[in-house]
Design a protein around this ligand. Structure first.
Ligand code: HEM
Length: 526
């Protein structure tokens, strides 16, 4: 009901007529009450102090004081886009997973692209891997494929991840990112050779999030309705031509626009209404094939070369809409490798196993225990139906008397059709590296597949960064990794890094011997 009252303004000559109902264009407080003055604080007369009773002022400042939430510990800077996944091949005989049940089936997705090392306002042009995280809103719940643009990773065991990130991040003493700390760490990690090689190539400075490929990196399992499984890897191949910056181009762009990737997405998709697409490729291995290769297929530092494990195109990702609100949708987005659905299970990959814990854990800290009730993270095409309750910022109601299970009073039960698959296990618990390390071979293949210019850029970028490391021993070891990958590559890096070749050759030989010795020891225990 609309009624009116007469209100006398303090100091009282003027009187204004207000409606009792608050109209849609009136500024309000958090409680919905209209704001009478948003320009002048309430004071004790013309010369007196500001009054604590000005609740609107206090509430406004308090909300502002709490605007920031902790940023992601890694991948802090990112850009989100909505779209869909269109499946092209019926894979229902291989997996229960909803997106793959028929050809032509479409599933809504939200994708967040990101850089890794620096903070949420850092330049997007820096040398870094790029995150490529896809949330599929399926009828079986949300499935997150939290990948990168590179198909491999620096390390193969989650236990090394915090140390690696500490080395990459700015020093706690100087707050500067320093090559000497990065290469000190990696001089103990020969398995990083492959990903370091990609990082220092022009692939480490992509020109656009839309013009790069993506990868799920790890092996996952496709599980059918009888619990049979095979190992699978997912790769996104861009339908936009791959475009990278050289180091010089990246620095030049950075001088003009430190957020070119976000600008690019908001211009192409947001303003011009263009779409971007990627084809999804699948590689598959039967469990009994795991030991058929010179490398371990569950090792994140390795690709499954397509010459050995063919890749088939199974679908298409189309991105077509930017979020309405960056904070609500992109900043609060929470992707986790543990968000899986029936028909997709983790492999025994030692990195993936650590990631299964880490993401949901950090999100409980970053966003709170109800992180998955935030709209962008909530299932859109499935319902949440369990007895988890309460906690900070719970806004959805699940109030029901029976908040336990099993119960004779509420028919809400598990479905054994969705039990995890079983796998026979035998042996002692152990802490032993893989016996098939093969730390250098794929890095050499990557190097030789680059154009001559690409090879020179890589040598220049890596050799230049390494040259600033004071310790000769570190420069020699890193050059020796690259020498073991490819002699020309290693020699080129060593020359720029001022690492004496005689020492590089000897260290390269030692590294191969150490690798063989570790393999022999691990094989003995296996
Ligand atoms: C983000 C941990 C390896 C891709 C994150 C976050 C953590 C984390 C804590 C922040 C999550 C958040 O606040 O929401 C780890 C650990 C790893 C690991 C412990 C190794 C054991 C990897 C690998 C990949 C990857 C191998 C690529 C395959 C990403 C991406 C994001 C991310 C794309 C950003 C997700 C988003 O856009 O919100 N990681 N990570 N990480 N990680 Fe990892």
């Amino acid at each position: 009901m609309k009624s009116t009252l007469t209100k006398f303004v303090l100091g009282g000559v003027a009187a204004s007529m207000l409606t009792l109902g608050v109209s849609a264009d009136t500024l309000t407080r958090q409680n919905g009450a209209p704001v009478g003055d948003n320009q002048n604080s309430q004071t004790a007369g013309p010369w007196g102090p500001v009054l604590l009773q000005d609740s609107h002022l206090i509430e406004k400042l308090a909300a502002f004081d709490r605007e920031r939430i902790p940023e992601r510990v890694v991948h802090a800077r990112g850009t989100g886009v909505y779209g869909y996944y269109e499946n092209l091949v019926d894979l229902s005989d291989e997996t229960l997973a909803a997106p793959f049940q028929s050809a032509g089936k479409k599933t809504d997705v939200f994708v967040r692209f990101s850089s890794v090392v620096h903070g949420h306002l850092s330049p997007e042009t820096l040398r870094d891997p790029r995150g490529f995280a896809v949330k599929f809103y399926t009828e079986q719940g949300n499935w997150d494929l939290v990948g990168n643009n590179f198909p491999v990773f620096f390390i193969r065991d989650a236990i090394k991840f915090p140390d690696m990130v500490h080395a990459f991040k700015p020093s706690p003493v100087t707050n500067k990112q320093e090559p000497k700390r990065i290469f000190d760490f990696f001089s103990h990690v020969p398995e990083s050779t492959h990903t370091l090689t990609m990082l220092f190539s022009d692939y480490g400075t992509p020109a656009s999030y839309l013009n790069m490929d993506g990868s799920g990196v790890h092996a996952f399992k496709f599980v059918d309705d009888e619990g049979n499984y095979k190992y699978v890897k997912f790769t996104w191949k861009s339908n936009q031509p791959i475009k990278n910056f050289t180091n010089e181009e990246a620095m030049k762009v950075q001088g003009m626009d430190m957020q070119p990737h976000t600008t690019d997405i908001y211009t192409r998709i947001g303003e011009k209404g263009e779409t971007a697409s990627w084809d999804l490729y699948l590689q598959e291995l039967e469990p009994e094939q795991l030991d058929d290769f010179e490398f371990n297929p569950l090792d994140t530092t390795k690709i499954w070369p397509e010459s050995l494990v063919p890749a088939k195109k199974i679908g298409r990702l189309v991105l077509n809409r930017v979020p309405d609100n960056f904070f609500e949708e992109t900043e609060q987005a929470a992707f986790a490798p543990s968000n899986l659905i029936p028909g997709i299970e983790p492999s025994e990959d030692r990195m993936l196993q650590g990631r299964l814990f880490s993401y949901a854990d950090t999100q409980r800290y970053r966003l709170g225990v109800n992180a998955y009730r935030i709209p962008v993270n909530s299932p859109k095409n499935a319902v949440i139906n369990n007895h988890e309750q309460h906690g900070q910022l719970r806004t959805t109601s699940t109030a029901r008397d029976v908040n336990y299970q099993p119960s004779r009073r509420l028919d809400l039960n598990e479905d054994p059709a969705f039990r995890y698959s079983s796998k026979p296990l035998a042996g002692m618990t152990q802490q032993i590296p893989f016996y098939k390390e093969q730390n250098f071979k794929q890095a050499g293949e990557f190097f030789r597949n680059l154009t001559k210019e690409g090879q020179q850029n890589l040598i220049y970028n890596l050799g230049g960064a390494l040259a600033s490391v004071p310790e000769e021993e570190i420069r020699v070891i890193i050059s020796a990794y690259m020498y073991n990958a490819d002699k020309d590559y290693g020699a080129g890096v060593a020359k720029l890094a001022k690492a004496p070749m005689s020492k590089v050759r000897q260290t390269a030989k030692d590294l191969m011997e150490q690798q063989a010795a570790r393999a022999a020891k691990a094989k003995q225990v296996a």
